[in-house]
Write a protein that binds this ligand. Structure first.
Ligand SMILES: CC(C)(COP(=O)(O)OP(=O)(O)OC[C@H]1O[C@@H](n2cnc3c(N)ncnc32)[C@H](O)[C@@H]1OP(=O)(O)O)[C@@H](O)C(=O)NCCC(=O)NCCS
Length: 319
């Protein structure tokens, strides 16, 4: 058996094939999704394990923030993006050894915390509920469980295809265009400097035209936004809401979204979700997912219910 740095392992396809051999039905990882999400992985600190016949049997993909764009606390943390040991090779110490390799690197780099998921370009925002039997494995290795977070879903069968009615008549809601780019980035930067801003910048740098953002406008200023994932959105431009799109006939997504601090408590948050939902209905989606949220009661107002839950799991890296 050999442990190899992922950077030196050329057959990247074997990683998602191995993953899919067990999880194809619930968390299918396509080539496009895999390549998008490992674009910022730290390949020199990620590992694969191959057996004596050269078959891949395990891997761990980790991320250390290595981008010029500064996001609060990202420099001091690191992430396990994807971690898998083949079923027939479990309970023989491989997982522990892989985790130790990541922790050693994190310690050497002076990192404070190691997270499960939640990485920039993540597959998961925590440990997925479907892997809950593995939670004690991580807890025995020093990970602490904190909050649960959710993806919510709305199914578009014929009876619920009715458009939602907006509450504010004095706000213009519309799909954004390339001309809104600077104002949209500035608006998000002002309210949510950090990850959401970086995602918006990346979206436009990857050829986004603006049609995946809906905006609310008051007195010529953007006061709210929601990112939407259309069934036709190209993988590089998708947000996390579309991660598991291959499970659905025509998945739409919403999120991130937000209202300017000075416009809150005026039902504009309600309207931007309703408007985004209506845009997706116009695009004939079969389902809509809003990812990584704790606002279950709010989204229930529109008919969204829990699709998946995830547990935040964090390990403090001791010196
Ligand atoms: C979580 C996961 C990576 C663990 O991998 P693993 O290789 O089975 O891990 P280990 O073999 O190191 O540990 C498993 C148990 O076997 C025990 N074990 C280790 N070597 C052993 C040996 N030679 N003989 C018997 N038992 C052994 C370990 O002590 C451990 O038990 P413990 O937790 O009570 O200490 C694996 O279960 C997995 O791939 N799960 C699905 C994917 C997943 O959950 N990924 C995380 C989110 S992406």
């Amino acid at each position: 058996m050999k442990y190899i740095i992922l950077q030196d392992y050329k057959e990247k396809k074997n990683l998602y094939d191995l993953w899919n051999s067990e999880y194809q039905n619930i968390y299918p990882i396509s080539k496009e999704l895999f390549e998008k999400n490992i674009a910022n992985a730290s390949l020199e600190y990620s590992y694969v394990v191959i057996d004596d016949y050269n078959n891949l049997i395990a891997f761990i993909i980790c991320k250390f923030w290595n981008d010029e764009y500064s996001i609060d606390t990202y420099d001091e943390n690191c992430w396990i993006s994807l971690f898998y040991v083949k079923k027939t090779n479990r309970k023989s110490g491989i997982g522990t050894k892989l985790l130790n390799l990541i922790e050693d690197a994190a310690r050497k780099k002076g990192k404070k915390y190691l997270y499960l998921g939640r990485d920039y370009l993540n597959f998961f925002p925590g440990l997925p509920v479907d892997f809950v039997v593995n939670r004690p494995w991580f807890e025995r290795r020093g990970f602490i469980k904190s909050y649960d977070t959710y993806d919510v879903i709305k199914s578009m069968n014929l009876s619920v295809k009715n458009k939602l009615i907006l509450k504010n008549t004095n706000i213009e809601y519309r799909i954004s265009t390339l001309e809104d780019k600077e104002n949209l980035i500035a608006f998000i930067q002002r309210n949510w400097p950090g990850r959401w801003t970086k995602e918006t910048i990346d979206y436009f740098e990857n050829g986004g035209t603006g049609e995946e953002y809906v905006i609310g406008i008051s007195d010529c200023n953007i006061c709210a936004f929601a990112k939407v994932g259309l069934p036709t959105t190209k993988t590089l431009l998708t947000s996390y809401s579309l991660t598991w799109r291959n499970r659905f006939r025509a998945l739409g997504g919403i999120g991130p979204l937000g209202v300017d601090t000075s416009y809150r408590n005026k039902n504009i948050g309600y309207d931007i979700v309703a408007y985004a939902t209506n845009v997706l209905i116009d695009n004939h989606v079969s389902n809509i997912i809003i990812d990584w949220t704790g606002l279950l009661e709010f989204y229930r107002l529109f008919g969204y219910e829990v699709f998946k839950s995830y547990t935040y799991m964090t390990k403090e890296i001791k010196k």
